[in-house]
Design a protein around this ligand. Structure first.
Ligand code: SME
Length: 161
């Protein structure tokens, strides 16, 4: 199963402003990733509220999740927010600090989004496959994170929370 990450990246860039309105573009990028990568079964953005040390769920595709707010440090998403590191979890069944969204999820990758060096959001991917991620997933998602970062402030204002 081969995925053309460069083509998906180019398509994602075409969904950003000014082509699309900022509020819509993140949802379209989630939908694109879910459609184009067979093992991305849930793709979503969590926005950072640094003052409260909480992540808030933004646009996503896949099953609805009860984890609409996640404190820094909790679960894979919260650990990524705290450490500012990418987390690649090939098998969530052996993860110590993990918040289950769906019994179908077998693996997860979380990539932080930085704007001018500040942590502003995360991209979270859940997969129904065990050990689905290859060497291209993390660099691909980091590039997507760089592309979306400038548009996060027009979509989410952490001071409103
Ligand atoms: N599994 C995540 C919670 C978010 S859901 O995957 C959508 C975690 O452990 O932080």
């Amino acid at each position: 199963m081969s995925v053309d990450f460069n083509t998906i990246e180019q398509k994602a860039k075409q969904l950003l402003p000014p082509a699309k309105e900022a509020g819509q573009s993140l949802q379209l990028i989630c939908d694109l990733l879910c459609e184009q990568v067979p093992y991305y079964n849930w793709t979503g953005f969590y926005f950072a509220i640094p003052d409260k040390r909480i992540l808030v769920l933004g646009p996503f595709c896949g099953e609805p999740t009860e984890h609409t707010q996640i404190p820094y440090g909790r679960g894979i998403c919260g650990q990524s927010a705290e450490s500012l590191e990418t987390f690649v979890v090939p098998d969530v069944s052996v993860a110590q600090n993990y918040l289950s969204c769906s019994a179908k999820t077998k693996a997860e990758i979380v990539v932080p989004v930085f704007l001018n060096g500040r942590f502003v959001a995360e991209i979270d991917i859940d997969s129904h496959n065990r050990e689905p991620f290859g060497p291209e997933d993390e660099p691909f998602l980091r590039r997507i994170a760089e592309h979306v970062a400038p548009h996060i402030p027009s979509v989410f204002d952490p001071t409103r929370f």
